[in-house]
Design a protein around this ligand. Sequence first.
Ligand code: 0L1
Ligand code: MG
Length: 262
Amino acid sequence: MKLDRATIEKLAAHLETCELEAKDTPKITDDHPDMDWDDAYAIQDEIRRRKLARGARIVGLKAGLTSHAKMKQMGVDTPVFGFLADYFDVPEGSEVDTAKLIHPKVEPEIAFVTKAPLKGPGCHIGAVLAATDFVIPAIEIIDSRYRDFKFDLKSVVADNCSSSRFVVGGRMGDAAELDLRTLGVVLEKNGQPVAFGAGAAVLGHPAAAVAMLANMLGEKGEEIPAGTLILSGGITEAVAVEAGDAVTLRVQGLGSVSVRFK
Ligand code: 0L1
Ligand code: MG
């Protein structure tokens, strides 16, 4: 690690304050160009610790930048991982207050809910499917704290991978029965289709994103516990939204999930 504990705590406090007050900031690597991956995840862990200390619960995990469309859109080349706090969870069909966000975008995703722990190294798609209770459509609402979504990967990881809100809904699906690679998704904004894709856009198979997360946690001696909700990553590029917009995600055979923005 390149940063000392005081700097990690200062950067975590800064990024979390930006999140809670909906204020943007230049990317943190501008002032800390030498920070490494361990520093980046240590800042994210400190943000998680701050939320837990205030009584928030962690309700899930997420993989980000898992599709080529997203990587190309953001000019990066590696998936990243973050956590989901309880207040990120938006009830299906309800409204998200854009005054509490900086510059939200929506992503069509497949969420996994586990029924058994997943531990790397060596976790693979088959292990993920065997440990999956069900999959369900999800809209992730990302909101990078970085000005104009301009960042590098370490800054993104420190910022909990732009996590902000998420909505799950539609029908639960059996991951062992579905072919998640060919599962089609249509994202609509204000009644118009704006992005299309299939599950294979996420690392060839959405379960590969979950396996990658389990393997990364395994390196730290951690696992994905049973009962964890995991967002496997945007299938298409992210779509900007603003107050007045209504978004619906339709997933082949799994119904739809909707959210509005005020
Ligand atoms: O969920 C995501 O793919 C977001 C990853 C972080 C980068 C971004 O803000 O697009
Ligand atoms: Mg996402």
